[in-house]
Design a protein around this ligand. Structure first.
Ligand code: SOE
Length: 382
């Protein structure tokens, strides 16, 4: 039997361990190395996570046996690290957003194309079976002409003024926060499912907490609620807690999205409702095994995830029988199955089924236009 594909993961915040767990569920893939900002931290985390080797980033790049690198670091590192990984001739899976600016993202797309290396951006929410079911139903004409799209992505992990994380700092996270962090998933799913392109945006942002109380030691995403409020420093906040964006699409359809990281009780809820001439769909990521299909001439349908009930093009994303719920960790597993099939073949396919650097670049473009629109308080073309 051939050797397993050897992988390194860079970064051990919230999402690095999620990549690790997903990769451990894929045959013939072995996570052999972990990278962190100090050797001490890399050693400690590698031991904790059961990964045999621990490196600093540059040293990892020199390891000839490592074929693939997953970049799970804060946003400002994505560009330089993804570039360095491709220059070291390794395949790369990068967290979103792909970079901080369009120029950086375009550079990565160009390098990826010239090397032919496998490149993917972790838009994992596409891999809920019901999201693909909506896409396939639309492709088969079961949605009809798209009339309108209404989406929201709501969280509460930054609800309190004492909630703090590197995502609140533009030099680490970029000029946009809620839109870049969670709006990017929603916008990606919107175009992916409908097959439409967003052509114009009109955005209105608000920063609910104009200042926040920054703990004096760094903390990881989602861990805020475990801290007791002591030893904080008050810092100004310049990125959006909440945003509403009106959308125009290339078929004339209209839509809107609302994203917020300060909605009490909404833990991590992406909701999308798409109205078409044949039916309407509603999907909610907090109940990901269900799809609502609205009908005018007959009773509405409520499809529960079941390999025998979804379209055959979707069944590869379903690992368990009906009633055996699959969720967030499964999305990364399903995505990596497709990405590692490409890696086994040695190069990026002509038409990858998974989200690529080009998709990551598209989301940055839309995100930048949204920020511009909010500044100008005017419609901006994509
Ligand atoms: C933090 O807001 C975050 O972890 C995002 O960065 C993810 O992409 C999303 O899955 C959940 O929330």
């Amino acid at each position: 039997m051939s050797q397993p594909i050897k992988v390194a993961i860079v970064g051990t915040g919230f999402i690095g361990p999620a990549h690790l767990e997903a990769l451990r569920r894929i045959p013939h893939v072995e996570v052999v190395a972990l990278v962190e900002i100090t050797q001490e931290l890399a050693n400690e985390k590698a031991k904790q996570l059961g990964i045999p080797r621990a490196y600093l980033f540059q040293e990892m790049l020199h390891q000839a046996d490592i074929d693939v690198v997953h970049i799970c670091t804060p946003n400002f590192l994505h560009y330089s690290q993804a570039k360095a990984v491709m220059e070291a001739e390794k395949h790369v899976i990068c967290e979103k957003p792909l970079a901080l600016t369009i120029e950086e993202a375009e550079d990565l797309v160009r390098i990826a194309k010239s090397t032919g290396l496998v490149n993917a951006v972790h838009f994992n929410l596409r891999y809920y079976p019901m999201v693909r079911q909506m896409k396939v139903m639309r492709e088969k004409g079961e949605l009809g002409k798209v009339y309108s799209i209404m989406g929201s992505y709501l969280q509460d992990w930054l609800f309190l003024q004492t909630d703090y994380n590197w995502r609140l700092e533009p030099d680490k996270s970029g000029d946009s926060r809620a839109i870049a962090d969670i709006g990017s998933h929603l916008l990606d799913i919107t175009e992916y499912v409908t097959g439409l392109k967003i052509t114009e945006v009109f955005a209105d942002f608000s920063t609910v907490h104009k200042t926040r109380l920054k703990p004096l030691k760094p903390i990881e995403t989602y861990s805020g609620k475990m801290l007791t409020p002591s030893d904080y420093q008050e810092v100004p906040i310049n990125t959006e807690d909440h945003a509403t964006v009106l959308l125009r699409f290339d078929n004339g359809a209209k839509g809107s999205i609302t994203v917020s990281q300060v909605n009490a009780g909404r833990k991590n809820r992406l909701n999308i409702e798409i109205a078409g001439s044949e039916a309407a769909f509603e999907f909610n990521s907090e109940r990901p095994n269900e799809l609502w299909i609205g009908k005018r001439e007959k009773a509405n349908e409520h499809l529960l995830k079941d390999p025998s009930l979804v379209h055959k093009e979707v069944s590869s994303l379903v690992s368990f029988p009906g009633g055996h719920n699959e969720g967030f960790p499964d999305t990364s597993k399903q995505m990596f199955k497709e990405v590692y099939a490409a890696i086994s073949s040695g190069k990026q396919p002509d038409k990858p089924s998974y989200p690529t650097f080009a998709d990551g670049c598209r989301e940055l473009l839309i995100g930048e236009r949204i920020v511009e629109s909010n500044k100008k308080q005017a419609w901006v073309k994509i």
